[in-house]
Structures are given as C-alpha cells and as structure tokens.
Design a protein around this ligand. Structure first.
Ligand SMILES: [Zn+2]
Length: 412
C-alpha cells in the first residue's frame, strides 16, 4: 500500500445561479491576484526609490496585506468564499517564486518572466478551495463547495465516492474551472493504492505518438484515433478558416471563436479519454515503456495544427504514463531529445540525414528495409531501452521517491 495523490475531475450541471457564483469566485481569485501584483510592483518601486518597505512575497504575507485592505478596496468581499481570494494570492505567490527561482538558476525549463496581470476572458477561469465544506454527497450525483453550495454533477461520482466510503481516499482540495462553456470540478485526493510489482508482464514496448494514429507500438499494434477525433479535426480546420475571414472585433468573429473553443475542448477530451485507455493497457501489460522526449518549452508556439496536436498528445501520453507506471509497478524510459528515433533504421542502425514529415515510409539505403515511419520509430525506442538494460545503466523504478523518468540515448 502506498499513498498517491490523484485527481478526480467531474463536469458540472450548474443552474444559472450556480453559474453566476462559479464565475464570481473565479473573478474574485483574479481580482485578488491582480491587486496583489499591483501592490508588489508598487512596493518594489518604493524600495528602488530608497524607501524602507516590506514587499509581500509569500502567500501568508500577501494574505495579511489582503485582509488589512479588503474592506477598503473590495467592500463586496463577503459575497465570495475567502478561499477565492486565497486562491488568487496563492497563484501570485507561486508565480513570484517561479520568477525568483528562474533568475537564480534554481528552476530549469522555459524562461519565467515577472508575473503579468490576468485579463478577463484571456486567462484560465479557475479557483481552488482547500478548507471548508468540500464534499462528495452519498447520492453520487452532487458535490458541495464552500459558499457555492450543493452542485449537480453531469456524471456519476461513484469512483471517488466508493473510495471515500471505504476510507481509502481523503479530499485535500477542490478546484473549479471553466473550459469553453462548461464548468468542471477537480478534486485533489490522497488515495491508498496497492502498488503491484512488474512480475508477469510482457517486456519492453516502444510507443510513437502521432496525429494520423493515436499511437504506434513497437509490437506492430496500431492504436487508431477515435473516429470522433477525426471528425473534430476536420471541423476545427473549417472553423479556423471561417474565424480568419471574420472582421476583427465583430460579433460573428466572437461567435466563431466560442465555437472553435468548444470543438477544441471536445477534441482534447476525446483524445485524453482514448489516451487513458491506452496508457492503462501499456502500464499494466508491459514492464518497460519507452517514449520520445518532448521539448515542452519549445512546443507551445507552433502554428501547425497537426504538429501542435501531436505534441499535446505526446505530452499527455507522458504525463499519464509517468503516474500510471508508478501505480502499476512498471518503468517509463524517455529517449533523449537528440535521439533520432524516426531517422534510424530499426533493422541495421543506418541513420538517414533527413526525413520530412510528409514521408510516411522509411526506406533504408543500407539494408533496403521498407517500413512504416511510425512503426520504425517505435521499434527504435524499444531497442534503446534494451541497450540501456544491457549496458548496466542504473535502471530506476518509477515507484521511488523521484518519479522523474529516466533520460537515455544521448547521441553524439
Ligand atoms: Zn537498414
């Protein structure tokens, strides 16, 4: 038995009154964030001018300042749960910390700028509750949140409710968020899980995530995209073209934009669902799973829809595999980002100089192998892990405290 932190997310069916309360709480979080940010900037300027002032930087410091000022600047504060303001200030404290950590070299990855104000309609609407009445009601159709009250869920909460009733789960926090025009609640839960060992599983499997297929496995199995995703992709392209024909700031452009957001959310949900089925199968049936490295920092701004979706798919695949391999006692290996998994011949090891995205078949000029591009990549990934095992690399079980997947295959 081990304690793992897990999220349970449910779509909500809010009444108009609930919708207003949900939006109000997210607005309150945004307000507190922006207010705190302004205060920090103001104090920093005062300090630069030589004044001796305290600059609030942590959540508790920011909360202290907020409580001192709230009846002056936000006399309506009692309309929302105090958790809403706390949630906004918490977001700010984290952003400030990311910025200082990045500047001092303690944080790797994408450059972290100084926090910027959140604009309504441009930022994620979300609010996190950590104390108060956070409940999953025994009828499995309702949940309860502080101040907002009892909300109906769109789907049954039985998976979480069952665990709560058995006493194998404990709710730590609840986050409400909006995606397109739908509201969600996500519970952060501490769950007691049995962690099995890797015994009795098939060996290594290489996974190549793509756009044409959800994934291609080194075993030759092609996991197709759900049909609904293909349909959504076509629809996305159409609405995208339509959006760009509309005049900037017009009412119809707004309509297209909202429709695009809805189709996008649906496509992403369908993909995520399909990926969940795939990653559970992989983690329960294989002892070692090898995936490509993905440059998360570089993937954000990419104009090509197909490429962007493939990146999202791969990021989500890796995220799910990272915790599921820990749950099911298997191991996740991530190939080094410079490992040429698609350019290498999986039969003889010859490396092609160049392979464009349009080339669907890999043809080896050394041994004459003709093979599907994705299958070739998946096979290379699987081989990579076998080399790692043979060369006596320290193999790391994902059940350890350090859940980071292992990076292998650094190429000259
Ligand atoms: Zn070859």
């Amino acid at each position: 038995m081990a304690t793992v932190t897990q999220a349970y997310r449910f779509a909500l069916d809010p009444t108009p009154r609930h919708r207003r309360a949900l939006a109000s709480h997210c607005g309150a979080a945004r307000y507190a964030y922006n207010w705190g940010l302004q205060l920090v900037q103001q104090r920093l300027e005062q300090r630069r001018a030589g004044e001796d002032v305290e600059v609030p930087w942590t959540l508790s410091e920011l909360r202290l300042e907020w409580n001192r000022a709230k009846s002056q600047i936000a006399p309506w504060w009692a309309e929302n749960s105090k958790e809403a303001y706390s949630s906004g200030l918490d977001g700010l404290a984290r952003a400030l910390k990311n910025w200082t950590d990045h500047r001092s070299g303690r944080r790797r990855g994408r450059r972290m700028g100084f926090p910027r104000p959140k604009r309504k309609g441009h930022c994620r609407d979300a609010c996190r509750f950590t104390t108060g009445q956070i409940k999953v009601l025994p009828d499995r159709k309702h949940i309860q949140l502080p101040r907002i009250g009892v909300l109906k869920t769109h789907e049954s909460t039985r998976k979480l409710a069952r665990r709560l009733e058995q006493g194998t789960a404990r709710i730590i926090a609840a986050t409400i968020s909006r995606q397109a025009d739908r509201w969600f609640v996500s519970f952060t839960v501490e769950v007691q899980r049995h962690l099995p060992t890797a015994n009795g599983k098939a060996g290594v499997v290489g996974v190549d995530a793509g756009v044409r297929h959800l994934a291609v496995l080194s075993t030759g199995v092609v996991v197709p995209n759900p049909h609904a995703v293909q349909r959504s992709l076509r629809k996305l392209r159409r609405i995208n073209r339509e959006l760009h024909r509309r005049k900037l700031g017009s009412r119809r452009r707004g309509q297209s934009r909202r429709r695009l957001a809805r189709v996008h959310a649906r496509a992403a949900n369908l993909r995520r669902d399909a990926l969940h089925k795939l990653t559970t199968t992989l983690a329960t049936e294989h002892s070692t799973i090898v995936v490509e490295h993905l440059n998360l920092a570089g993937m954000v701004r990419n104009r090509h829809l197909a490429r962007a979706l493939a990146d999202c798919g791969l990021a989500e695949l890796r995220r799910q595999l990272a915790y599921k391999t820990a749950w099911y006692g298997s191991r996740l290996v991530v190939a080094d980002r410079f490992y040429p998994s698609s350019k290498t011949c999986s039969a003889c090891g010859w490396v092609r100089a160049k392979l464009t995205l349009a080339e669907r078949t890999f043809i080896c000029e050394a041994c004459g192998l003709r093979i599907d591009r994705d299958l070739n990549a998946a096979r290379n990934l699987a081989t990579l892990a076998q080399h790692v095992a043979q060369s006596g690399w320290e193999t790391q079980n994902a059940r350890g405290a350090d859940r980071k997947a292992q990076l292998v295959g650094r190429w000259p």
